[in-house]
Design a protein around this ligand. Structure first.
Ligand SMILES: [Zn+2]
Length: 143
């Protein structure tokens, strides 16, 4: 006479938390893979890539991180946000970045890093070209 009621009660309690827990798992992973601003390393899940410095590589596993598409060209190219730009410095910075992210250097690495390196290289090229020519630099400044 006890057994039936207790069993029903336990079953009810058992089902309830399971149903609540069931909603969680997918959301977190999908968000961290899609977000470019995620500070976590996609490769080792390490606590993160420092925002200061270039932040191109994970400090723990040295994996190339996805480019931050929201980053300002001036900050990427290490220039003051002004119309007057030191083009020699810009050129140096461009070469320095190309040496870091050029796809040729990632031919032996994972496909993910190859993809990231191509995106980085494209971004660096765009930033360099935009800031090098006075007209496009001016247009970028006012945009
Ligand atoms: Zn890592």
């Amino acid at each position: 006479m006890w057994g039936g009621r207790t069993g029903a009660l336990l079953r009810a309690w058992g089902l309830w938390p399971a149903g609540v827990r069931g909603r969680r798992p997918l959301g977190c992973n999908a968000a961290s893979l899609a977000g470019n601003n995620s500070p976590q390393c996609w490769n080792c899940g390490g606590p993160g890539v420092p925002k200061r410095g270039d932040g191109f590589f994970c400090p723990q596993c040295r994996a190339l991180q996805p480019p931050d598409l929201t980053r300002d060209y001036f900050s990427l190219m290490d220039c003051n946000r002004a119309f007057a730009v030191d083009t020699a410095k810009l050129q140096n910075r461009y070469q320095q970045l190309q040496r870091l992210v050029h796809p040729d250097f990632f031919s032996q690495r994972s496909q993910t890093e190859k993809d990231f390196s191509e995106k980085h290289a494209t971004l660096v090229n765009d930033a360099y070209k935009t800031l090098l020519a006075p007209l496009s630099r001016g247009l970028y400044l006012v945009s």
